[in-house]
Design a protein around this ligand. Structure first.
Ligand code: HEM
Length: 190
């Protein structure tokens, strides 16, 4: 029974963790784009985003990560045989990348607070696609385990996820260009 409890909270933990990671980098996009505003708007927005980012990272994202890892340790200690599974080793490699991403976001958050980040909103938008790919790969490995089929269906699903991420980026780029040309038209004399 303990195993099912650990698994249930393992799943709850990573849902919270990912919700935090996705929203955090979206806040980075707004934070970076706030630099385009004049004063005092820029300072007010930067202060507000810093506060929101810190609360999100410390109260949602990091605890989500801690619950996921703690429950995973619970799962493994209940059934230590799992440690011999090949799929788990591959999954752990991707989880390690996810942990690097998590702590890197913490660093970026500090840079944004100190005003030393050089990333643009567009770059943060692209960065926000990385956890999507990690999520898909980790969940596929957790569900299929050693039977993950590397056939046309799997590659089609991966291609669809990549295409979706690319179209979100292209749409955001187009919207930004439209806004810029509208602003230019409005600034031109009649
Ligand atoms: C901290 C590193 C992690 C370890 C050591 C770990 C280990 C495990 C273990 C041992 C199971 C039980 C497998 C079973 O009973 O069949 C499991 C289940 C699962 N894990 Fe993880 N996990 C980790 C992180 C993650 C992350 C980050 C995600 C999501 C992105 C995730 C998604 C899942 C899912 C969806 C299941 C349920 C699979 C099923 O019941 O079919 N895990 N994990």
């Amino acid at each position: 029974m303990a195993y099912y409890w650990f698994k249930a909270f393992h799943i709850i933990g990573f849902v919270v963790w990912f919700a935090g990671l996705f929203y955090l980098v979206r806040l980075f996009v707004y934070h970076a784009e706030a630099k385009q505003e004049g004063e005092p708007v820029q300072t007010i927005l930067a202060k507000q985003y810093t506060l929101m980012e810190k609360r999100l990272y410390n109260i949602i994202t990091t605890p989500g990560m801690a619950v996921t890892v703690a429950m995973a340790i619970g799962l493994i200690s209940t059934e230590p045989e799992i440690l011999k599974s090949g799929w788990l080793h591959i999954k752990l490699t991707f989880v390690a990348l996810l942990l690097v991403y998590h702590f890197y976001c913490g660093r970026v958050m500090k840079q944004l607070e100190q005003g030393t980040s050089t990333w643009t909103g567009q770059q943060f938008r692209a960065l926000n696609e990385a956890p999507t790919l990690l999520l898909v790969v980790i969940v596929l490995l957790a569900v299929f385990k050693n039977n993950l089929p590397l056939d046309a269906t799997t590659w089609l699903i991966v291609a669809l996820v990549v295409a979706m991420a690319a179209s979100i980026q292209l749409y955001a780029k187009k919207r930004r260009r439209d806004q810029e040309s509208l602003a230019l038209q409005e600034s031109l004399p009649e």
